[in-house]
Design a protein around this ligand. Structure first.
Ligand code: SF4
Length: 246
């Protein structure tokens, strides 16, 4: 059985298509998503469209301890939003949900959305986390841009969050992000989310943003503060990214 971990991003959608084409006749293929309430609601529309396109039901792996699947609830409960050991929302809403699914279903192989330019990351992952990963996109030499193009070619509307200029289909106002550019983007595109994150992070004592090397509260961030361009950011909330923080 092959478990395809579908993040509602273009890369894992195209990885699913390639995997089904190649192994659909010989393997039981499962497509699994971890929904998080703070993601753009259009992510789930995209998941339905991808499931219809591939003819596979998209399953949801969730943590029963957090029935609302909410990162905001996790942050309040854990009293922190992100730290040296990672973000508690990834651990509780993704890692624990995935482990429960793996325990129950025992997949033989995994497919993740590592693109051709992420080969080093994939190789590290295979060495340190799971040896049984099928590098569907790397074998096909598919870059991130190729994945976007293929999904568009299939006539599937990409998740709305990309059109609003975000670098990935993560939660809006992701607690892993430290870039002033990212947080000013959230302030511009989703001002109510920015206000909520600023309030909660101040209340919990989390300085989420780093400005010229110094950690600051979001309510101290100036609209003129800048960091790396959004397209260079790499804080994707991968489904396995907290594995070693067990
Ligand atoms: S995308 Fe960010 S906020 Fe959402 S679960 Fe992952 S680390 Fe947490």
């Amino acid at each position: 059985m092959i478990a395809i971990w579908f993040s509602c991003g273009a890369a894992s959608a195209w990885a699913a298509k390639l995997t089904i084409e190649r192994y659909g006749y010989t393997h039981d293929i499962r497509l699994i998503n971890n929904p998080v309430a703070e993601e753009d609601p259009d992510n789930q529309r995209f998941a339905r469209d991808v499931g219809d396109w591939l003819g596979v039901k998209v399953e949801q792996a969730t943590n029963p301890k957090y029935p609302d699947n909410s990162a905001v609830s996790v942050w309040d409960h854990e009293k922190y939003m992100s730290g040296v050991a990672g973000a508690p929302c990834t651990k509780l809403l993704k890692k624990h949900a995935r482990q429960a699914w793996e325990l129950e279903h025992k997949p033989d192989f995994h497919v993740l959305g590592f693109t051709a330019e992420e080969k080093d990351r994939h190789d590290r992952f295979v060495l340190t986390e799971r040896p049984n990963v099928i590098p569907a996109l790397i074998d096909a030499r598919a870059s991130k841009a190729d994945c976007f193009a293929e999904i568009r070619k299939a006539g599937i509307e990409l998740p709305a969050i990309y059109k609003r200029g975000y670098p990935n289909a993560n939660c809006i106002g992701c607690s892993k992000a430290t870039s002033p550019t990212y947080w000013n983007h959230v302030r511009e595109k989703d001002p109510e989310v920015f206000v909520d994150r600023a309030e909660q992070s101040r209340r919990l004592g989390c300085r989420l943003v780093r400005v010229r090397g110094e950690r600051k509260f979001l309510d101290e961030l100036k609209t003129t503060d800048q960091g790396l361009p959004l397209k260079n950011m790499d804080f994707e909330c991968g489904i396995f990214c907290e594995e070693r923080a067990a």
